[in-house]
Design a protein. Structure first.
Length: 301
């Protein structure tokens, strides 16, 4: 995957505070949400990058690694482990992986990480040390979920590199969100620790609801008579049907907010967003002469 400048994605610099990151993420997530940009073929990619940037920069430990190692931040643990090993070897009378300069030490680390030789010959002959242990590679996977499936906590089985992995997916998972499963990546080198598995979630569109953050949006048709005279209508929500009272004189485009009927908040038990309903008044067609005449009379009153 090509290197992504997370600060640039969010329009921030490295001095940004946690609150700056939160505000920038919310603003950009709303602006580039795929549901609000149906004609932008790149909207999904932009939205995914915004979520990825927020996932890293809002986590203090991930942000530290990203700031220090840049595009290689996911290998920070191996890098730091190698540096510690080099220091130990020096104290015990061993010569670390290579030569005299720190730059060569770093170069040797990445060479070994991606398949190079771990040991080097000493100037006087022989090997400097036995092969070093390194953490295995991380795996990346994509998991697609219907919106209604993301609404509930459930279990699902993934097949990664021929291995079945059963995971629990918390309710409220977001489109583009990435979660890490420790120890489910590639095997380590020379009995080193196993890498991790990063799962990116793709939440599919729903024909009835659109989601923005934790709120849901829905359009509900009203017949003209109910809109004019008032009455009741029954609508669908994610957890069942709800009956709503329609005030007389309800206008086309009127919005109603139903508190707590939106999407569950990720990993916050019992917390939900809202459902915003927009009424669409349906104009009757194919009127007979008598009905047409009644409307003419009404228009002159």
């Amino acid at each position: 995957m090509a290197f992504i400048d997370y600060y640039k994605i969010l329009g921030l610099d490295k001095t940004a505070s946690t609150e700056d990151i939160k505000k920038a993420y919310r603003k950009l997530a709303r602006k580039h949400h795929p549901d609000l940009n149906p004609n932008d073929k790149d909207a999904h990619l932009k939205f995914q990058q915004i979520n990825e940037a927020n996932e890293v920069l809002s986590d203090p430990e991930k942000r530290r690694k990203y700031d220090e190692y840049g595009e290689n931040w996911k290998h920070a643990d191996q890098f730091e482990q190698s540096r510690q090993q080099q220091q130990r070897y020096g104290k015990q009378g061993f010569e670390p992986f290579g030569s005299e300069s720190d730059g060569d030490h770093y170069s040797d680390f990445f060479e070994s990480l991606f398949g190079g030789q771990f040991g080097r010959e000493k100037k006087g002959g022989g090997r400097s040390s036995s092969s070093a242990r390194f953490r295995g590679p991380d795996y990346n996977a994509e998991l697609r979920l219907p919106l209604r499936q993301a609404y509930i906590t459930h279990q699902q089985t993934l097949n990664v590199q021929g291995k079945n992995i059963r995971i629990t997916i918390p309710a409220g998972i977001s489109d583009g969100q990435v979660i890490k499963l420790n120890g489910y990546g590639g095997p380590g080198i020379n009995n080193g620790p196993t890498g991790d598995l990063y799962i990116t979630f793709v939440i599919e569109a729903d024909k009835h609801f659109k989601r923005l953050d934790n709120d849901l949006y829905a359009n509900v048709e009203l017949d003209l008579y109910t809109a004019v005279l008032g009455g009741e209508t029954t609508i669908d929500t994610m957890d069942g049907k709800v009956k709503l009272k329609i005030p007389p004189g309800t206008q086309n485009g009127t919005k109603v907010r139903l508190k707590g009927k939106g999407f569950p908040v990720y990993k916050k038990e019992g917390a939900f967003g809202d459902l915003i309903v927009t009424y669409s008044v349906k104009i009757p067609t194919n009127l007979n002469k008598e009905q047409t005449e009644l409307f003419r009379k009404l228009s002159t009153m």
